[in-house]
Design a protein around this ligand. Sequence first.
Ligand SMILES: [Fe+2]
Ligand SMILES: [Fe+2]
Length: 321
Amino acid sequence: MAVSSRKIGYDEVEHRDLHFELSPDTVPRHWLGNNPWLTHWLNGILAPVPEGERWVMHSARAQLDKLDDPSVRKAAIGFIRQERTHAREHDVMNDIVIGHGIPLDEAEKLFVRIRSLMEKHMSDDMQSAMGAAFEHFTAIISSIMLRHPEIFDDTPPELAAMLYWHFVEETEHKSVSFDVFVDSVGGGARGYVMRISAMALATAIFVPMLHGNWLYFLWKDKQLLRPVKAAQAAWTLLVKPGLARKPFISEYLPFYKPSFHPWDEDNRDYIHAWKRAYNESGDTLEAYYAYREWHARKHDRANTAPWPVDLVREDEPRSAA
Ligand SMILES: [Fe+2]
Ligand SMILES: [Fe+2]
């Protein structure tokens, strides 16, 4: 499986050098579901994103000269360019959230310390394995968000458009770090042990860091004692749609299989819906709405996305329920 699926998705990686005009209006204090518990859960994930993106770029760049396969090298260069743009745009978003008084900068400083420890104590090959592990987390998060866009119904569309651009590009390059590692280090028993050790270590870093950030932001935002909001967030994360529960068995655990490859879960149809609309319009907001329409049709539901005024056309009445 791993060998046969290895080339899937290589032609998907495409760098789009986009600038998003985000502001405190389009990134409000509680931008996800009007719920501080849900918002700070995702803020806890997004806080280290700019520094994390720069580190995975750096670790992929260190392996470039060891790559035998020109298609892996080409995809790696596209991946590096994509991550550079993601880091820049998430810096803007994080600065706005910091402006609301939520200390994402302190959480990012913690990741800077973790990054410098990894760079000091790990070989380039082990950092490449860690990059593959962390990129699997971003692939999982992107996959679950692509499947459940309804959780962004209360998010300003301009911010959702930026996040969906990132989810799509994370999916486009979801196998690149993995294949860079396999091509540069080898996929035998040594490569397998390094890969699963890296995932165990990445999990031991990611899970406590996320929960620490989450509680710290809630505390600083004086939102810890909001039991109804906490219960709503717990329902969304653990029950319906189960954003944190669902991917554990179906997407996280398979990484430990010797034959695993990121494209074993082939979700290209999800990103193609966004890409078709973006390639037609050149507009991430239009692409987000087209994605919502496609997703609603695919799952036979009403499109519940709030339709922005400037996208309403006379011949195309709003289809949201
Ligand atoms: Fe990214
Ligand atoms: Fe990525």
